[in-house]
Design a protein around this ligand. Structure first.
Ligand SMILES: *Cc1c(COP(=O)(O)O)cnc(C)c1O
Length: 344
């Protein structure tokens, strides 16, 4: 890996961050807070939330097996995606490499930040080799994006290839593991301590059932986490979100139960799809959704919308012609979908 200073935008490396009232006081037990121009009434929402979310991180650290100092919390993974560009990519100069197709936000954020985005097409099994990704890089490539299990294809990328990218690339490698709770493949987040160029994303939005609270996380070296903390908005995670996350992290058993039910339903729904005359193929999946090749995705999509059932039409995405992406719902939701498709 190149030195972190060389990978970081010079203005960000030099940046002295905003220092909030609650940042400056720390350690001592305080009783009277007259430092942050808050209103003393309307408790508990009158106070600013903890800017570094220490209670949340303490619990996450136990649940995820990652030291608290290696955890960044964002307003969804989307904040962490954007911070990768703002911290490391010089607009108009640097570039990033990503597999194609994949999660759309990597490209949207590249475009917003005026950073060149280099897509590398997956093969017919939706896999990619380390060699292909590395060949797309030049001396201005700062980031390689790998989403595994991948959205919208559903499959995990072979771990050997992921490891090879992390070991051989001189810049930063992000592995987005938003769906890793649904996968049997060993997550990469445990490798963060070994690889200073590795950043792994997780989210509360999928297996954890909390898309509404907007809580995404990045696991990385302490040095990278410190850069994120410098650039983020001071109070990026609001009090309600922190409280809900703490409650959920104190009861993570629900998550295992949900994942178990969703995996059973996934198996059942895929078997049923394979029997449909309008379904040509179901792709292998490690996520809480699957991609199905249909006879005519657009018409079937419109038909389902008319019945009040919404799936994701991916027919205009590369390598996904006539594909619908179907999220696993409850048993009765899945049955409604199947009943509608059988009547088509
Ligand atoms: C859904 C999803 C996320 C989650 O984004 P949040 O902003 O945390 O809700 C991240 N990455 C991928 C690939 C996803 O599909």
């Amino acid at each position: 890996m190149k030195p972190l200073e060389q990978l970081t935008r010079p203005n960000i490396w030099r940046l002295s961050p905003y220092s909030s009232a609650r940042n400056e006081y720390s350690g001592k037990v305080a009783r009277v807070f007259l430092d942050a121009n808050e209103n003393p009434y309307n408790k508990p929402f009158n106070r600013y939330p903890d800017p570094l979310q220490e209670e949340v991180k303490k619990r996450l650290s136990k649940v995820k097996g990652i030291p608290a100092e290696s955890i960044f919390l964002g307003n969804g993974s989307d904040e962490a995606i954007d911070l990768m560009y703002r911290c490391f990519c010089q607009p108009g100069i640097d570039n990033v490499v990503a597999m194609e197709p994949t999660y759309g936000m990597y490209k949207v954020c590249a475009d917003i930040n005026d950073v060149e985005y280099r897509p590398v097409l997956l093969d017919e099994n939706y896999q990619i080799t380390a060699e292909k990704l590395l060949n797309a890089c030049d001396q201005n490539t700062k980031i390689i994006w790998i989403c595994s299990p991948n959205n919208p294809t559903g499959n995990s990328i072979h771990r050997k290839e992921i490891e090879k990218v992390v070991e051989e690339f001189e810049g930063l490698v992000v592995i987005d593991e938003a769906y890793s709770d649904f996968s049997m493949q060993k997550p990469m987040r445990y490798e963060v301590a070994k690889h200073p160029n590795l950043i792994v994303f997780n989210t509360m939005s999928k297996a954890w059932g909390c898309a509404a609270i907007r809580l995404g996380m990045a696991f990385a070296s302490k040095e990278i986490i410190q850069l994120f903390n410098k650039v983020k908005y001071p109070y990026n995670i609001n009090q309600l979100t922190q409280e809900q996350a703490i409650e959920l992290l104190d009861n993570p058993y629900d998550v295992e139960k949900w994942v178990g039910m969703l995996l059973l339903e996934r198996k059942r729904l895929i078997e049923a799809f394979k029997m449909l005359p309008i379904c040509e193929k179901v792709y292998p999946t490690d996520a809480n959704f699957f991609l199905a090749k249909m006879t005519d995705a657009q018409t079937i999509y419109n038909y389902l919308v008319d019945k009040g059932i919404i799936v994701r039409n991916r027919t205009r995405v590369s390598l996904c012609l006539n594909c619908l992406r179907v999220t696993i719902g409850t048993k009765s939701e899945n049955n409604e979908l199947l009943a509608a498709l059988r009547q088509y």
